[in-house]
Design a protein around this ligand. Structure first.
Ligand SMILES: [Zn+2]
Length: 139
């Protein structure tokens, strides 16, 4: 396995293939087509480096995304939320590593460190600090 996700492109490989006059169309897991451009492979592509073949429209066959691990041992398919004080502690730990400013942006929606800090501060001011209490799993 190349280390690339299903929909990831290996741009360095694509550039090498383009320089050689090869198709270079991206395929799954960072594959790129090593067939010569325009030579009888209009719908099926092949990467000789990875011994991978694919057809046009391969992106539609992407596997379901794997949900990231949830905090506080919450099951991925649960609608439960973590304890807000522990969540606030994690947010504060993240902000202390990240610093100030924009954390991420998706479309028009920006996530700012000070928004997170404000919510964490409100949570801890409202609920008080986390009191050591058994979590039920012995940790
Ligand atoms: Zn191709």
């Amino acid at each position: 396995m190349s280390g690339f996700g299903y929909l990831d492109s290996d741009h360095a490989k694509m550039q090498r293939y383009i320089a050689r006059g090869w198709c270079a169309l991206p395929g799954p897991y960072g594959a790129a087509c090593s067939n010569e451009q325009g030579v009888s492979h209009r719908y099926a592509h092949y990467d000789s480096g990875d011994d991978t073949s694919w057809t046009d429209g391969w992106e539609a066959d992407a596997p379901d995304p794997v949900l990231p691990e949830q905090p506080d041992d919450i099951a991925d398919d649960s609608h439960d939320y973590p304890d807000p004080r522990r969540a606030a502690d994690r947010v504060n730990a993240f902000i202390s590593e990240w610093g100030d400013g924009l954390v991420d942006q998706v479309g028009e929606a920006g996530l700012y460190a000070r928004d997170l800090a404000s919510l964490a501060r409100f949570t801890l001011d409202t609920l008080g600090p986390q009191v050591d209490e058994p979590r039920g799993d012995g940790s």
